[in-house]
Ligand binder design. Structure first.
Ligand SMILES: [Zn+2]
Length: 84
């Protein structure tokens, strides 16, 4: 299935999702490889999700994916500087 990012409208195929989800369930988290925003599955589409409303283990998971994504983009150093 293809999913469209609700933030940047990037159309991702299942091969492009970092977690390789084939049959996502409602409420499962998706991570946009284009803009790095977190969204959640609702039916066959993605909706925006407030990361702060998620539980701690999910936030940890997102953090790991976020780091992997930043590394793949080669901008992890940039992000660290911005957080200081
Ligand atoms: Zn996006």
């Amino acid at each position: 299935m293809n999913t469209k990012c609700p933030y940047c409208n990037y159309l991702a195929t299942e091969h492009e999702t970092l977690d390789n989800q084939k049959n996502p369930k409602d409420g499962e988290i998706s991570f946009c490889i284009n803009c790095g925003e977190v969204s959640e599955y609702s039916g066959t589409s993605l909706i925006k999700v407030d990361v702060n409303s998620l539980d701690e283990s999910t936030k940890e998971e997102i953090k790991k994916i976020d780091i992997a994504w930043l590394k793949s983009k080669g901008i992890s150093n940039l992000k660290e500087k911005n957080n200081e």
